[in-house]
Design a binder for this molecule. Sequence first.
Ligand code: ATP
Ligand code: MG
Length: 393
Amino acid sequence: MQEYQPSEILLIKNGELALKGLNRRTFEEALMSNLRYRLRHYGDFLIRRAQSTIYIEPKNDYADMEGACDAVSRVFGIAAYSRARVTVKDIEAIKEAAVAYLGDQLATAKTFKVEAKRADKAFPYTSPEISREVGGYVLSHYHHLKVDVHNPEVLIMVEVRDFGAYIHAQQLPGAGGMPVGTGGKAAIMISGGIDSPVAAYMMAKRGIQLTGIHFASPPYTSERAEQKVISLMEKVGRYAGNMKLHIVPFTRIQEEIQKHCPEEYFTIIMRRFMMRLAQRVARDADCGALITGESLGQVASQTIPAMAVVDTLAKIPVFRPLIGMDKEEIVVISRKIDTFELSIQPYEDCCTVFTPRHPNTRPKLRLVEEAESVLDVDALVEEALTGIRTLQV
Ligand code: ATP
Ligand code: MG
């Protein structure tokens, strides 16, 4: 039986620079396994690597190449990728394939350039010879075209490699970063706001596999607020992969704080409870760090003294990837990852329900601890932990 020959494949170039500190094999294997998983709904693909390139080849005619390309554009660890036409390693076949494959673009462009790479040194034409041959053939078909080596409208790339010859246009930029999983696991504290989904995206980009933690305060917060968080995680999951979401019941803790603690410390004491609980969830979920969407000075609880009073409880690192960013910069990313429109839907969050009128922006640890001491902290934490619901998003 003759092996199936796909006419079109995807070529993936991973970030060479990113490979520096990290074992290349680990990086590539993680990337290939992530690609396999992300492409599972788009058809049957053979995914293999050779010469620092990963090949994604459909195994039959039923693959959705459009969908596969779209999915690949959101996989971390990819510097650039291209959709390429496959031909046999024969100069005549290459010329014809170039004109057939990129004909639409060539017909409307004014300038072009051919760039050839011969990785298979047994091929009888050198790279400059391939460029000249293909360029000449294109010119003989499209009399209006001119060669422009500096700023061509259409770039024709010809790569002669081990498994065949490939023709493609300009590479597309990949999602960058590191393959998810190579950076370990961390828990993202996710609200329904603009910031935390962006923080999640940024850390996933550094190769972290995420688990979500959300504090809900029914009936002050609604079912729809929770659904909004799930939708946000799904959006982030298009980059970060599937993840678990732990929903922690927070009503009783907030009511107790409100009943027994001075109003100026509501938020800070609440955040200390979040820290205690999040760490326990993180530990049980095998996560080595916490992630928040805090940005310095954005609200009362995001000052240095406030963060210090919360972080004294932290036994694992707390990552705040947005700490030095302006809101506008955060919004740009949230639009890019398509979470912005969801985030601005007006559902109440547990933080907004109990917001004090005059929060203390320079809390002192001793005074906060004193204010907190009227509560049975351990019992409240244990009670909340028993009520956690875990969903797969
Ligand atoms: P966001 O836009 O992410 O809601 P924010 O600017 O509104 O952030 P805060 O409400 O003070 O700021 O929350 C700061 C961070 O605390 C959030 O980015 C998130 O990481 C965490 N956080 C806040 N509320 C919750 C919640 N209900 N569940 C889980 N984490 C939360
Ligand atoms: Mg918020």
